[in-house]
Design a protein around this ligand. Structure first.
Ligand SMILES: C[S@@+](CC[C@H](N)C(=O)[O-])C[C@H]1O[C@@H](n2cnc3c(N)ncnc32)[C@H](O)[C@@H]1O
Length: 276
């Protein structure tokens, strides 16, 4: 993860970054709500990295904008440990997912596979039942549960025996996410990211988790945006930000060394080492 010059971060955050090594347990037990935040499996999602991201983000501010929100896996955690006046979820593809959670996340029934049906048949049948041209709210909120790696009905097809959340865990995530949506009332948009960045100022924070340079995961990919433009946006940003990206030379030349990195095993980038 990259960020701007240290002085662009808030003073409190500087202390947090320099004074201690991050410990997920510390963050979770210090949080107001010591509970497991919702999570929606998705190729490229940041559920596991969200505690580190939240620990390094400015702890307070006016707007917290998830500029490439995906399934909101940073937002769900950030909303319980950071103190922002306004929340903003933006993604060209997944805006309807958040709106649907707000409407029906408290009551949708998550179908459970019984032992008599194979994974393949069960999830395929459910996908067939729910997908279609006019997605219902139910279909939208169940998409990460029913499809392969949460990649979407149209992108990568039905979930397989490869794993994913159980019906009980997914139901819990939906119910919690519904509560968070109502407690924080985020703005939801499906704009191109540049429109969002144009609106942000010095007291705002942008969480920037775009499709990685050169990578593709099926449901979205590097061709979605011009990464050079994004790098220029961040280099001259008036707002505070964190960028998730592979440690490409162009990023290191522009921003210096990543302040946090981790090897990950993701099948989205065949040629390069899997860093987060
Ligand atoms: C790596 S995923 C984000 C994952 C998210 N942080 C999470 O943990 O769930 C990148 C997202 O960027 C979105 N996206 C791609 N191009 C975009 C653009 N030009 N403007 C806004 N969103 C875009 C994709 O639809 C995709 O959901």
């Amino acid at each position: 993860m990259f960020t701007g010059k240290r002085e662009t971060l808030g003073a409190a955050n500087l202390n947090r970054v320099s004074d201690r090594t991050f410990s997920p347990n510390l963050l979770m037990t210090n949080s107001v709500n010591a509970y497991r935040a919702p999570s929606f499996a998705y190729w490229g999602s940041k559920t596991k990295q969200a505690p580190a991201i939240c620990a390094s983000a400015p702890p307070t501010g006016d707007i917290f904008a998830e500029v490439f929100a995906g399934r909101g896996n940073v937002f769900w955690q950030a909303s319980s440990v950071l103190d922002y006046a306004h929340w903003w979820l933006n993604d060209t593809r997944t805006g309807d997912f958040f709106s649907a959670i707000k409407r029906v996340g408290h009551k949708v029934v998550v179908p459970e596979r019984d032992g008599s049906s194979s994974h393949h048949l069960f999830y395929k049948e459910q996908c067939r039942r729910l997908s279609g041209k006019n997605y219902s709210d139910e279909a939208r909120v169940l998409e990460p549960y029913l499809t392969r790696n949460g990649g979407g009905y149209l992108a990568v097809g039905a979930r397989t025996s490869g794993g994913g959340p159980g019906a009980e865990g997914y139901t819990r995530s939906l119910r919690q996410a519904h509560q968070i949506m109502h407690a924080t009332n985020p703005v939801i948009t499906n704009w191109d990211y540049e429109q969002v960045l144009e609106c942000l100022g010095p007291n705002d924070f942008a969480m920037v988790d775009p499709p990685y340079i050169g990578a593709s995961v099926g449901s979205y990919g590097a061709a979605d945006l011009d990464h050079k433009r994004l790098i220029i946006w961040l280099k001259y940003a008036k707002f505070r930000w964190i960028l998730c990206e592979y440690p490409h030379l162009v990023c290191r030349r522009t921003f210096g060394q990543p302040f946090w990195s981790k090897r990950v095993h993701r099948p989205c980038h065949p040629d390069r080492p899997r860093y987060f």
